[in-house]
Design a binder for this molecule. Structure first.
Ligand SMILES: [Zn+2]
Length: 133
């Protein structure tokens, strides 16, 4: 590669500036393209540690950090199961046995939110690396 400014040969192939005169070696369009790529790459990946900590402390609400979609689904299931566990025995005493089952769903949604948080952050970060997001 030869410098467009001074015409001397530049031995470093990856050099941006000429080692003899200090002039810019690459065309502006290539530099601009490189800057655009850097912007895409610099989109912040989500921290799996934060995602786990938030769901461990806040359950479904903590899941909002890693995946809004999963968080909303989980919270709706939680609310329905919780209301159901309270209302079902009021409607009919025969439904009393359903209550613990529904409460179990509410309780199990907690560890489920932790797993979903971990999974979504991993998927999200993988997507960032591919540049699809
Ligand atoms: Zn030069």
């Amino acid at each position: 590669m030869f410098c467009p400014n001074c015409g001397k040969e530049v031995t470093d192939v990856n050099a941006v500036f000429c080692q003899h005169c200090g002039g810019r070696l690459r065309t502006n369009s290539i530099i601009k393209k490189n800057e655009e790529t850097q912007v895409i790459v610099s989109v912040q990946p989500k921290n799996p540690g934060i995602a786990l900590a938030l769901t461990i402390v806040f359950g479904g609400f903590g899941l909002l950090y890693s995946s809004v979609k999963y968080a909303i689904i989980l919270l709706i299931v939680d609310v329905i199961a919780f209301i159901g566990s309270v209302l079902m025995p009021m409607i009919d005493r025969d439904f009393m046995s359903v209550s613990p089952l529904l409460m179990m769903i509410v309780i199990l949604s907690w560890p489920a939110s932790i797993i979903l948080a971990w999974h979504s952050v991993k998927t999200y970060n993988k997507g960032l690396k591919r540049g699809k997001n």
